[in-house]
Every structure is written in C-alpha cells, then in structure tokens.
Design a protein around this ligand. Sequence first.
Ligand code: AMP
Length: 330
Amino acid sequence: MFQRRILCGIQPSNVPHIGNYLGAIKKWIDLQNSGDNLIVMLADLHAVTIPREPDALRKSTLETAASLIACGIDPKRSIIYRQSDLHHHTQLSWLLGTLTTVQKVGHIPTYKSKVKDETSIPLGLFLYPILQTADILLFKTTHLPIGEDQIPHLQLCTYMIEKFYHYYKQNIFPVPQMMATETTRIRSLRHPEQKMSKSDYEERSRIDIMDDEKMIQERVMKALTDFNAQVSYNREQRPGVSNLIDIYAGITSQSIESIVNEAQQNNHNTGQFKKRLAEIIVEHFRSKRLEYLKLMNDRTYLLNILDDGRKRAKEIADKTLNEVKHIMGF
Ligand code: AMP
C-alpha cells in the first residue's frame, strides 16, 4: 500500500566522524547502491536544541553535505536536503504534538538519561522526539536504518500513528520498520567506555572522516589503550584496543578473529597495530577526501544540489502536510 521509502538523518553539527560513517553512512550508501532510493536529511533543526554559533552551523552543514556526497551519496539517485529548508517539519511537528502528552514524552529513556542531573532542561531536548516523528511521517517513511538507541523514539512514532488513526479514522501513515544495523557502536578514543560523539568537547576523542593524513595518524596513535601491549579483543575488559579493532573491522570488512590472528602472527603490538590502522583509514578516505575538497571549493554546485534536493523533498512533503491539515480540519 505504501511505496518503500527510507529516511536517513544526520545532524550536521560537525563533519561526520568515523562512528557516523561505519554505523550509518556506509550502510546508507550500500542501500542506495543496491537500488534503494534514500531521503538523506541534514537534520539542522535537531542540531539546535541549544543556540549555536550561526556561521559555524552554516559551515558544518555544507561540510556534512560535501562529506556525504564524497563518500558516495549520489544526489541524482537519492534526495539530499536540509531539514530547515522545509517548513513542513516544524508545522507537522506542532500538529502531531497534539496526539501525545508531556508524561509520554517525559518517559522516553534517552530524554530521561540526558536530563537526569540537569536543573535547567532545554525545551528542545523534550520536543526532539516529536520533531523526529514529524520527519518520519512527513515522507510516509517505511524503513529507518537506525540503531537500537532509537527504538524508544520509533515507539513514540508508532504510538502517534495509532493516535492519529484513533482520532481521525484515517490510515495514512505506514508504521516504519527499523532496519537492523549490526555495526557495533564506535567508542570515544579518549574514553572508550562512551560512544564516539560529535558533541564531545574533546576533539581527540574522534576521527572526523575528512581529517588529513597527519591528523588521522595523530588521533589513532594517541587513542587510549591499556598496559597490555598484546592485540586481543574484549570489549568489557579491554575497551580501548577492542574499539580500534572494531574500527579496523568496519573499514576492511574483515572479521575480528582474523584481524587479531593477523596481528598476532605479525607480532604486532598495540603501537604497531595502531600504525597499521591509521594507514588503512587514510587509504580508505584518500580519494573521498579529494572529492570532498573539490566540493567544498565549489559552493555554488553544492548549494544547487541541496536546492534540487529541497524541491524533490518538498513535492512529497507538500502532499502529506496538505493531507494531514485537511483531515485535521484546517
Ligand atoms: P547523529 O548525527 O549523531 O545523530 O548520528 C547520525 C547517525 O550516525 C545515526 O544513525 C547514529 O546512530 C550514527 N552514529 C552516531 N554515533 C555513532 C557511533 N559512535 N558509532 C556508530 N554509529 C554512530
């Protein structure tokens, strides 16, 4: 009944890091290259739950667009656009917000954990899952390539679809299915018990995929490991070195076991393993980085791509928003 449609979202608050790449972008590109049409949303509205430096946001949004295209998102096949270019998201978010309660949203675990020790909670943090539901429903999304941590948000979305049906007796939204993404979470290079995150103030905690060779080498070599120089895998007891093995596995598609065996056969200690990992990462992103630099030097071309994406996304969004407004009595 509903056309297969996949929505992929990324906050453009910084150049994507290697966790974003292995956990999301690489998978999106595989989906696209096996024939799926993607809607790739640069979620700039989600990036401002607190005020941002305007020029930095503008810059990082373009950098994110260029990174995605350089990695293989094809703007002819997929739609790539900026969320803030369509007023539809915020309007639908308001309309859908009538279907839920403060209590329901307040119970979402991601929200609860973020505000646990806060005395002053940014309103955007609370409204975030409702805007996310609007993003999903605006395109009548059927599939979402998201991680386990997003399950509570997907449950809220499903709840709101049911509520919409309950009030208006119209079945206009597909219940989106989560596409299992198997990659292990890539963790911070400095605090390997936490996930690698764009919002980590410590820049050395991540590898941004468009970093230059020297920076990648520096970040990998300085990654926190432990006193044991042997290369072995144990995420609980040896989170630092295991995280590096996870990155290695993500880039090369080799199994953990064969990576560890290879390192042991070559008598590589963690230092030598880091060196090899840095080489592999640099090699993997070399041509992508050149493409990225080319795109960043051609702002007009990049802006045209985003404008084309906006138009194509708007065609779908206009239809849904008009339909919802009509059903709701506007
Ligand atoms: P974000 O822009 O941080 O919301 O993330 C964009 C995509 O990258 C989402 O699909 C996230 O699940 C994924 N992602 C973010 N951080 C990591 C990480 N450390 N490891 C694996 N995937 C991640």
